[in-house]
Design a protein around this ligand. Sequence first.
Ligand SMILES: Nc1ncnc2c1ncn2[C@@H]1O[C@H](COP(=O)(O)OP(=O)(O)O)[C@@H](O)[C@H]1O
Ligand code: SF4
Ligand SMILES: [Mg+2]
Length: 381
Amino acid sequence: MTPESRTAPEAAGQPSRPVPVPPGDPRDRGGKAQPILTAENLRRYFPIHGGVLMRKIAAVKAVDDVSFTVLKGETLGVVGESGCGKSTLARLLMCLMPLDAGKLVFDGDPIGGASGLSLRELRRNMQIVFQDSDASLNPRLPIEDSIAYGPRVHGMPKGAARKLAHDLLQRVGLRPELFGTRYPHELSGGQKQRVNIARALALNPRLLILDEAVSALDKSVAAQVLNLLRYLKRHFNLTYVFISHDLNVVQYIADRVLVMYLGQIVEIGPADAIYRQPKHPYTRALLDSRLDPDPRERVETAPLSGDPPNPINPPSGCRFRTRCPFAEEVCAQTPPELGEWIDRASHLTACHMANPASGHSCAGKLPPSTARLARVEAVAS
Ligand SMILES: Nc1ncnc2c1ncn2[C@@H]1O[C@H](COP(=O)(O)OP(=O)(O)O)[C@@H](O)[C@H]1O
Ligand code: SF4
Ligand SMILES: [Mg+2]
């Protein structure tokens, strides 16, 4: 048994006693119905420079007109292929890079501007954990000092900050007397990610953004960290934005799911609805691409072929149309709209087939998924 698993019964998903759920958060400003975070029409283009004078010649449309809300207490999963803009979105939410356009509102307060939340206030409320656990930790600092760093910067006395670091190490399943004075190179990948999570919690944030936080870990360690995240969410009354390319992991942890393709949202809704009845052909292809444990259910034809188009010059109309088996003329001419978010049960998709008035020949009905079609064709021939 590793020290990690020995010290963290909660982290293995079996809390030794029921976890106390805080009755409510005194920092809650607008009540439960008010989203903790609202993103309105976010846009971020990365300029490409070229030529002798290194002028701007093009732009990568990494995040393009993205709007959604994060509800209090939920885990919002964000999925999509590599390069679709997930990490850029995470950095925009954290104000780690400037927006080209759009607006962020945290529990009713706009972020930035003269009257909005300052970056310092934002950091107290929102923290991020990245995939690369090495890059996030200072190799020259013992981990208890890394965890205590944020509270110290925010004015906490040294002794209190160290005590807090020890409490948090205990919470994430690392015994402080064993691990507190160790340096990052003396820890395994899973232990480092636990330290990163403890560090992110040190300012007692309300919202945690987890960008591929378990993607670099072995499956068994990833499962332990996922269970730890579930435990911490209840214990600290947290809300998560959980970003991953791994649909199985997102299904395990998310309450709602947001699917991105080429810098835009193509589908958003409750996790159950998205996994049971995905509406967008891209979501359905992504789900069909998962390896089925039942060999009889495996398909020979890949449900999703080719790479996504170049984000510098995305296709007109629907960005998925170059890979969509249901693409028609209307898809090239008119970008499909996602529709307006109404409540936590809203299941929206940006596809002309979901809009009865779009003019698409399948408007209002959902054809079978591509993998199922391939299976049917294979059986028929
Ligand atoms: N700093 C940058 N400069 C230029 N292009 C970038 C930069 N960061 C990301 N990109 C591009 O933006 C797109 C989205 O990247 P990213 O947000 O990292 O996607 P994901 O996290 O989904 O893999 C990609 O095409 C990527 O190459
Ligand atoms: S809008 Fe057209 S191209 Fe886009 S996903 Fe729907 S059917 Fe396919
Ligand atoms: Mg990424």
